[in-house]
Design a protein around this ligand. Structure first.
Ligand SMILES: [Zn+2]
Length: 575
């Protein structure tokens, strides 16, 4: 199961030996640990407990390393040596450093697992716990009091943008950050059964401290999706409720206030849990409520992490076998979904502990303003829309060919454990080829212009391949990653993240006065073309009215036209 090789991890050694008592730094109310404090605490734990490791996995954009803290009771730090009968829980913290409850909650979890006695220690018999102390290191070092306008504490926290001002929870496909590039290696090494990303919400006011987004079940592979929807999510809601931390699905409102209904959040592959879902890892995003005191947010996050670990302890074999089955099934899968849309006709009713929403005249603007009246707590049944349907699908080819010129794509495939083979000689091959006949390019977003391929035409044609180009067989456990990133209509494909802008431009043109003579000759020598040209002018008034368009129409029919403009540069096998 753990196939990937740990490349450059290193154990960190602390210069001084510190006692267990010093690990027990109590949680201090309205303050969150700094980056340096968090790393120091994990270093002390790694030094004083066997089977506990603080590893460095490459760098982050700010220059500091990306750390992973691993508790593998009685075991090694090398994932190749992991006991296959243990499942893996992977917790990611501080991707949004302004939402640091998971940073402090994970420290508490680690301390209790190591020092809290049998109730906690037994959980480590069947589960390896991996914790990223702080993922957005640069953002965490950019610490201040105030940028979260709607949030109640802590006194100081980091900034959402990383050292390159990227939102790292949109970066899991384009991977502009070194953080993401380092993360891929640790995720592929650990191959977790369960992944949790810890956050604090924005949005409506309500009674719950904790809300949760799971991997959207309709987007997950079939087996994992129904397991999330019918088994694991309901169990986590029930456990949290029993322990006094009742939670609700993430409050993603359909229309302004939760009373009008909420919908599942569609975490596409750009998001951490959407990325995890590409590899059949069950993902949860914990979202604490921003207006609750920080201490409660930390405690509820801790309780959620513990409830997840308790669940994994009770269902260890089931989780392992299920991921193995899903990994095997995806390697044989023939059709893949590429995008999804909420089914607005399908909902169920769930009880919701909210506050009455009221409106009153604004003291600031000319409009009425929304207020949640905390003196009027209410439990009402609301509509919960949690069904998504695929809007785009693709049949998988036997293989793709990625020309080596597209090295950014090749790098990302490699970082994510995709197996590639290089062609041994130059060749001309019949391949299936896409032309992007129309697309919409958006505004600047996270360092890119999101580009939606709206009209895609598929043809079979001869293409030139070169020695060293990459062949990607679609028979791998990484199949979803391969197809959803390489098919241009994928919602988070490399095309959508505008990796291929340069093919969307014609390189050679002509001078009208020179091409006039060639065009006249073409019409004279080719009566069929002349007929087609006349017909086209009859049917297209714009063409009929524009001498310039008429010349271009003929240019495109001539031997001079380059033909490859808007040709998608990744090719598919015929079968
Ligand atoms: Zn967040």
């Amino acid at each position: 199961m753990k196939l990937h090789i740990l490349l450059t991890t290193s154990l960190l050694f602390c210069a001084t030996f510190l006692s267990t008592a010093q690990e027990e730094t109590p949680f201090k109310g309205n303050t969150s640990v700094t980056y340096d404090e968090a790393i120091a605490q994990y270093q002390r734990m790694a030094q004083t407990h066997q089977g506990t490791f603080l590893m460095e996995y490459g760098k982050t954009d700010v220059g500091r390393p990306l750390h992973l803290f691993v508790i593998n009771k009685g075991g090694d730090q090398d994932p190749n040596e992991f006991d296959n009968s243990k499942s893996v829980l992977f917790i990611n913290n501080g991707i949004h450093p302004g939402e640091p409850c998971g940073v402090d909650a994970s420290l508490k979890l680690a301390r209790n697992l190591l020092n809290g006695g049998e109730r906690y220690n037994k959980l480590l018999d069947s589960t390896i716990v991996c914790i990223v102390p702080i993922y957005n290191v640069g953002g965490s070092l950019n610490r201040g009091c105030c940028v979260r306008a709607n949030q109640n504490g802590p006194e100081e926290y980091g900034f959402r943008g990383n050292a390159r001002n990227l939102d790292l929870n949109r970066d899991f496909i384009k991977a502009d950050s070194r953080n993401a590039q380092s993360f891929f290696r640790m995720f592929q090494d650990m191959q977790p059964e369960v992944f949790i990303d810890t956050h604090t919400s924005n949005g409506a006011d309500y009674q719950y401290v904790m809300t949760m987004i799971s991997t959207q079940p309709d987007k997950a592979s079939e087996e994992i999706g129904s397991y999330i929807r019918n088994e694991m999510s309901p169990a986590l809601f029930a456990t949290m409720n029993e322990r006094g931390w009742g939670m609700t699905p993430y409050v993603f409102t359909l229309n302004k206030i939760p009373d009008n209904g909420i919908k599942d959040f569609l975490e596409t592959p750009r998001f951490s849990t959407g990325y995890a879902a590409l590899f059949n890892t069950i993902g949860f995003t914990s979202e604490t409520h921003m207006l609750k005191p920080f201490a409660q947010r930390v405690e509820s996050t801790y309780q959620f992490l513990l409830a997840s670990l308790d669940y994994m302890y009770a269902h260890n074999t089931e989780l392992i076998q299920q991921k193995e089955r899903a990994d095997k099934a995806v390697a044989d899968q023939k059709t893949f979904e590429l995008n999804w849309e909420l089914d607005t006709t399908s909902f169920r009713k769930i009880p919701f502990n909210g506050f009455a929403a009221t409106y009153e005249k604004s003291k600031v603007t000319s409009a009425d303003r929304l207020k949640y009246d905390r003196s009027q707590p209410q439990t009402i049944n609301i509509k919960y829309y949690d069904t998504y349907q695929a809007t785009e699908t693709a049949a998988a080819p036997a293989f793709y060919v990625v020309p080596q010129a597209w090295r950014e794509v090749v790098d990302r495939l490699k970082w994510n454990g995709v197996e590639l083979t290089q062609l041994k000689k130059d060749s001309i091959a019949q391949m299936r080829v896409y032309y992007i006949d129309d697309y919409e390019a958006g505004r600047v977003y996270e360092g890119h212009r999101y580009t939606k391929a709206t009209v895609v035409r598929e043809v079979v044609e001869e293409v030139q391949l070169f020695k060293g180009d990459y062949l990607v067989e679609v028979n791998q456990t990484a199949n979803r990653y391969i197809v959803e990133t390489l098919e241009p209509k994928g919602v988070d494909s490399f095309f959508s993240w505008n990796f291929f802008d340069s093919v969307l431009q014609q390189k050679e043109w002509y001078s009208d006065y020179v091409f006039e003579d060639s065009a006249a000759e073409m019409l004279e020598n080719d009566p069929a073309l002349k007929k087609e040209f006349e017909q086209a002018k009859k049917e297209d008034k714009e063409l009929a009215d524009s001498p310039r368009a008429q010349l271009y129409w003929l240019y495109k029919k001539s031997i001079f036209f380059e033909g490859t403009v808007n040709r998608y540069p990744i090719f598919k096998s015929l079968n």
